[in-house]
Write a protein that binds this ligand. Structure first.
Ligand SMILES: NC(=O)c1ccc[n+]([C@@H]2O[C@H](COP(=O)([O-])OP(=O)(O)OC[C@H]3O[C@@H](n4cnc5c(N)ncnc54)[C@H](O)[C@@H]3O)[C@@H](O)[C@H]2O)c1
Length: 331
């Protein structure tokens, strides 16, 4: 069965659709001939040019906290809500904890309320595997064991979002699917002060600068290519057994940060290597690797992209959008 046929002729809301994951999801849903893809994004962490310019994509500039805008969006008949908008991520939340709580906490609650009131058939929530498991759980991380010992406001509010989702599922029967992404990377993520390590390493390597490693470089992460993440999201949206469940969407491959840096320097011919700088005080995660067995079994999720291949595709996107990225990247 081709699950993705399900999205044909459907109306879909993507909050945060101008961001890295959202823009890729929009592109794919547009190809799958969704009838209308509404993006609600305030562009606080993204750019207009990142939104795919397609006839079935409608962009509404506004915040998920703006009652009028949210009301307007939900006045349409919507078949799927993909709630991706968030104040991203750890360091940003340490610097701006109130905005983090408003957007990730109150914003998520608002979307759940409107979804419940208008009887949305499916609500998919973007959670974070680097948040809800804390830093102490045994590897590979399994869905059942979340932590309450979290290290940043972002980690707290991502867990809060899950807790609200569970409340709306248990109390109102709102059909919810929670997806926990792990270190997503790929085309569509503009580098910047609060962005992930891969776009920031690529950007610096392109400028022939040393790649700054916060720690020893032996720390590991589970880097997941955005196309694989989109496949997981789309599966999560249509498979009925997924409702009421949480899934890790990851690559299940551990990569040392030093190895990542070396791959990027090699691919971009950067002779300047790396520099080791102070570890960030909140960053207590030394190793990260997810179990994806549950997603494999229930969703049929099967990530395919090897790290080097995904990085090459990401570099291609940087080269194609060089001028725009130069204008948009803020450090
Ligand atoms: N990228 C990752 O590695 C990763 C890992 C785990 C979870 N996630 C989650 O996945 C989702 C998407 O992540 P991403 O990497 O695409 O992030 P992103 O920052 O690129 O996208 C988020 C989008 O939300 C928008 N936004 C922020 N505040 C808003 C508001 N108040 N109203 C409307 N829009 C608002 C931003 O402008 C941005 O376009 C987020 O919920 C994030 O927490 C991402």
């Amino acid at each position: 069965m081709n699950y993705f046929e399900e999205y044909k002729n459907k109306n879909i809301l993507i909050t945060g659709g101008a961001g890295c994951i959202g823009s890729n999801l929009t592109k794919k849903l547009s190809k799958l001939q969704a009838s209308k893809i509404i993006i609600l994004d305030d562009l606080s962490a993204s750019e207009r040019w990142n939104i795919p310019d397609k006839p079935n994509v409608v962009f509404i500039e506004g915040s998920i906290l703006d009652e009028k805008k949210v009301k307007r969006v939900f006045s349409e008949k919507i078949d799927y809500v993909f709630h991706l908008a968030a104040h991203f991520a750890n360091q940003n939340s340490v610097d701006h904890p109130e905005t983090d709580l408003l957007v990730n906490g109150l914003g998520t609650l608002k979307l759940l309320q409107y979804s419940q009131m208008t009887k949305i058939p499916k609500f998919i929530f973007a959670s974070s595997g680097c948040s809800v498991y804390g830093s102490q759980n045994p590897l590979p991380l399994k869905e059942d064991y979340v932590s309450i010992h979290l290290d940043t406001p972002y980690q707290i509010t991502k867990l809060l979002g899950e807790l609200y989702c569970n409340f709306f599922y248990n109390y109102y029967g709102l059909p919810i699917v929670i997806l926990r992404f792990f270190n997503v990377y790929g085309p569509g993520e503009i580098p910047g002060k609060y962005r992930n390590v891969i776009p920031n390493f690529i950007y610096r390597a392109m400028h022939k600068k040393k790649l700054p490693i916060t720690g020893t470089g032996q720390e590991t992460r589970d880097f997941t290519f955005v196309e694989d993440v989109i496949d997981g999201i789309l599966r999560g949206g249509v498979i009925s057994e997924a409702v009421g469940e949480a899934f890790n969407i990851a690559s299940q491959t551990e990569t040392k940060v030093i190895d990542l840096a070396n791959i990027i320097n090699e691919l971009l011919g950067n002779p300047n290597g790396v520099e080791f700088i102070e570890k960030r005080k909140w960053d207590k995660i030394t190793r990260r690797c997810a179990s994806i067995e549950k997603a494999r079994k229930i969703l049929g999720y099967n990530p395919k992209t090897k790290l080097k291949e995904g990085i090459k595709k990401t570099i291609d996107w940087f080269l194609r959008n060089n001028e725009k990225i130069e204008e948009s990247a803020i450090f």
